[in-house]
Design a protein around this ligand. Structure first.
Ligand SMILES: Nc1ncnc2c1ncn2[C@@H]1O[C@H](COP(=O)(O)OP(=O)(O)OP(=O)(O)O)[C@@H](O)[C@H]1O
Ligand SMILES: [Mg+2]
Length: 469
């Protein structure tokens, strides 16, 4: 695919180079041809005007038109000197009085030019040849000042010959130059695109097992540097996602293995001999508990899998935080009472959020706090305005979380004391879910822990609609 693209860029640029250079050379050639032609015309006109002047002077000394013919020698001497110059003198009836060459110029065209465009350059064609000429009616020295028509003309064959070969050379030169610049362009483009090919080679080395591989940004040209950097950033994101995914699936397998093997053992033992209905019932009850735990874990994992694919907030509404916290207190009242805990809420604030998701996030924090609180202590949830939105702190007195675990507790399946989890029934997904929900609402969460307790602090953006744009 990239090869085809490279080739097409090369082809396109080669064509553009050729077209541009031929266009420029052609325009230049035409300008030169035009000025050469103009120069020829000016040169011819200089000569012709001079000869016309001589003719006027010579005619002024002629006493009768008839004398013209006799003075042909004089004409030859004074007007000649140019091998391709033709002169023709006609009387008012169009009769040839003098001509350097018989039938060299078209008489009717000459008479017409002399009458309509005297002294103006005209081109006459006659006998298969083209002439550039001037014609005018000039007075003679005769007593009646009778006028004669004088035409001076030059054969254009040499100039035309020159222009023809000039044009041929020009075309040849332009085609060669176009081919050459095309070739040069192609070489330059191939050379210029070499770093792209090198990048392609580098990307070939990247597989699912080598996601840590990065493109060498310093070795690519500046124009491609940003592209390589974006690719590298993409690889980093992919690597992280890949690691999270592979870690997650091995964690899932690990977490499910224990309850499934428990269920299996228990079932095999139950089936090994006949038992009373009561015994079966208690085995099934214990199995049901295990199934419930697994079902909860699976639904939590599903939610987290959705969060990986950018968790969508289903509903966005203005939620009063104190009201939600009080609803949660109601829900957890019985468990809190077992440990004689005092649940307390302070302050209030509003955010735009999905009510159920937010309740779940706060519920996870509250259930953790209840689980890890010292008996007969107070759990305090304080809601307060912050520079950037609303802050919610969930604070409980209990065994602290070691500093090195404060960030890791938000990882999936992470528990500070894994050996304890069977008795406390935690799966280690609660905080991961809370963090996903808070992040989906563009908020932040972190934990702090001291010798007398732990606080989870959430920040949520202010209650302006359009939480996730
Ligand atoms: N308030 C707290 N005080 C002390 N430790 C805590 C507190 N909250 C969480 N932890 C620690 O963080 C770990 C992760 O908590 P998380 O809520 O993710 O999992 P869990 O409570 O074990 O299981 P789940 O919430 O999925 O039932 C807990 O196992 C516990 O060790
Ligand atoms: Mg929990």
């Amino acid at each position: 695919m990239s090869l085809v693209r490279n080739a097409s860029i090369a082809r396109r640029l080669t064509l553009l180079f050729s077209l541009a250079s031929s266009g420029v050379l052609l325009a230049l050639g035409l300008v030169i041809a035009n000025s050469v032609e103009k120069h020829f015309e000016e040169q011819d006109m200089g000569v012709l005007a001079g000869k016309m002047d001589l003719a006027r002077q010579a005619l002024a000394t002629m006493e009768s038109p008839a004398g013209l013919a006799k003075a042909s020698q004089l004409w030859d001497n004074s007007l000649m000197g140019h091998h391709s110059l033709e002169v023709m003198v006609l009387d008012s009836q169009g009769k040839v009085l003098f001509a350097t060459l018989e039938d060299s110029l078209p008489i009717s065209a000459v008479l017409e030019s002399a009458a309509r465009n005297p002294y103006q350059p005209v081109i006459w064609s006659h006998g298969g040849e083209a002439y550039r000429g001037l014609a005018a009616q000039l007075p003679t020295g005769a007593a009646d000042r009778a006028k004669v028509t004088v035409a001076v003309a030059m054969d254009m064959v040499h100039h035309q010959e020159f222009m023809r070969s000039f044009r041929q050379t020009l075309w040849l030169f332009v085609s060669c130059a176009a081919a050459l610049t095309g070739l040069l362009g192609w070489t330059v483009v191939r050379h210029g695109l070499a770093p792209l090919n090198a990048m392609r080679e580098q990307t070939k080395a990247i597989t699912a097992h080598q996601l840590s591989h990065r493109l060498a940004v310093e070795s690519v040209p500046r124009e491609l540097g940003e592209f390589a950097e974006s690719l590298n950033e993409m690889l980093t994101r992919l690597e992280e996602a890949f690691q999270r995914l592979s870690g997650f699936s091995s964690d899932i397998a690990h977490e499910l293995r224990t309850p499934v093997s428990n269920l299996m053992t228990q079932t095999h033992v139950a089936l090994s001999r006949d038992r009373s209905a009561h015994a079966y019932r208690s085995i099934l009850e214990s199995n049901a508990e295990e199934f419930e735990r697994m079902a909860r874990m699976i639904s939590d994992m599903l939610l987290l899998a959705k969060a990986d694919n950018d968790l969508v907030i289903p509903n966005q509404e203005v939620v009063g935080l104190a009201k939600e916290v009080l609803a949660l207190f109601d829900y957890y009242e019985a468990v809190a009472d077992e440990k004689e805990l005092h649940l307390q809420v302070e302050g209030d604030g509003e955010v735009v959020a999905d009510r159920l998701m937010l309740r779940r996030a706060l519920g996870n924090l509250l259930s953790n706090a209840i689980r890890h609180s010292f008996a007969r202590s107070t759990i305090k949830i304080s809601i307060h305005a912050q520079a950037q939105g609303v802050g919610v702190d969930v604070e409980n007195r209990g065994e602290p979380i070691p500093k090195e675990y404060l960030e890791r507790i938000f990882d999936r399946f992470f528990r500070v004391d894994p050996s304890r989890h069977r008795s406390t029934e935690g799966t280690g997904l609660g905080l991961a879910i809370t963090k996903s929900i808070v992040t989906a609402h563009r908020g932040t969460i972190y934990a702090t822990s001291t010798h007398d307790g732990t606080t989870f602090s959430i920040n949520l953006p202010p209650a302006t609609p359009g939480v996730r744009g």
